[in-house]
Ligand binder design. Structure first.
Ligand code: PCA
Length: 327
């Protein structure tokens, strides 16, 4: 049903704009992305770019730049806000210090399956869009990473085994989780984790099988525990002035391609989950569920972090969680 709708919307958008956009002068948008070119988010972004380029008859060409080659992950949001880049993709939870609402997708165990993540996103989207709008940004689409698990270079059966371990974090929620578990967090971009593990700056992390696979972490780590703690999202955002400069036909194509990208990206993420866990196994890692004890302890941290998030976000946060639970 959703596929039908997406495809129809895309077909309609492309059809409409092909006639409108041929008269518009050609423009190119460079789109910075933070993760490796082979990662499914980057593949989805590249396909999105092609969809727009084709749908506008070349009137608007979107060219992606993966691996943080144009702007590093942490700089992408600011670059788009200030118009240094017209469009870009960012893990928004990395900016939850700016606004705690950006951390809605990184609350441990609130939404820890693909289905739950979609429900949470539906509940949170209007609020997130409002915050982004105030920052001169328009949201185009968001795609979840596969469920997050814990990586170590030793067997870990309970939280006590984590004490003092150097932990690579990617946002303040992951740093807080580490702190609650007695670990020592250090923030490192995905593009730089191989080096962090090789040099001993970090010896564990929470992430998806996807990122472990992309970065070949079996060269340094030995265990992946399928904790399924949350599914953070990458968000594709556009500078509002750049958006305002497009004609209606072009906007229509971009929105339709974004809808298709969110659908395709979601399913790529689902499929990449098992594929990459098998990849970790093939690399020699032990991939297994966490022990009941460890999982229970982590869920306890999730309760603490949910409370902390609600304290920071007040009525807005409560409204999102109420709407999520009501569905
Ligand atoms: N990979 C990204 C964010 C979440 C994920 O699965 C990372 O580790 O930076």
């Amino acid at each position: 049903m959703r596929l039908m709708k997406s495809l129809l919307a895309t077909a309609a958008g492309i059809g409409l704009a092909a006639s409108v956009a041929t008269s518009a002068s050609a423009e190119t948008w460079d789109m910075p992305m933070a993760y490796s070119a082979t990662n499914f988010h980057s593949v989805t972004g590249a396909e999105f770019g092609k969809c727009v380029t084709k749908g506008t008859g070349g009137g608007l060409e979107i060219v992606t730049h993966p691996s943080g080659s144009l702007f590093k992950g942490n700089d992408i949001k600011r670059a788009v806000q200030t118009g240094q880049a017209p469009i870009g993709e960012r893990l928004l939870s990395a900016h939850q210090n700016e606004n705690a609402l950006f951390g809605v997708d990184s609350i441990p165990f609130l939404a820890n399956s693909f289905e739950q993540s979609e429900k949470l996103w539906k509940a949170a989207r209007p609020e997130i869009e409002k915050v982004l709008d105030e920052q001169n940004l328009k949201l185009l689409y968001a795609v979840p990473w596969p469920p997050q698990g814990l990586y170590f270079k030793k067997e870990v059966n309970e939280v006590a085994d984590m004490k003092g371990v150097k932990f690579r974090s990617y946002n303040s929620a992951t740093a807080r989780l580490a702190e609650l578990a007695g670990m020592l967090p250090v923030q490192v971009e995905a593009a730089e984790i191989s080096q962090a593990f090789a040099t001993g700056v970090a010896e564990s992390m929470v992430s998806s099988g996807a990122t472990g696979y992309d970065r070949k972490v079996w060269e340094h780590l030995t265990h992946f525990y399928e904790v399924d703690s949350w599914l953070p999202r990458n968000y594709v955002i556009v500078n509002k002035d750049s958006w305002g400069g497009l004609d209606d036909g072009t906007k229509n194509v971009v929105e339709a391609c974004a809808e298709l990208a969110s659908y395709a990206g979601y399913w790529r993420s689902v499929q990449y989950t098992d594929f990459t866990l098998n990849g970790l196994r093939a690399g020699g890692m032990t991939v297994a569920p966490a022990s009941d004890k460890m999982q229970g302890e982590l869920i306890g941290f999730g309760d603490i972090m949910t409370k902390e998030w609600l304290e920071k976000t007040g009525d807005q946060g409560k409204a999102i969680i109420d709407a999520f639970k009501a569905n």
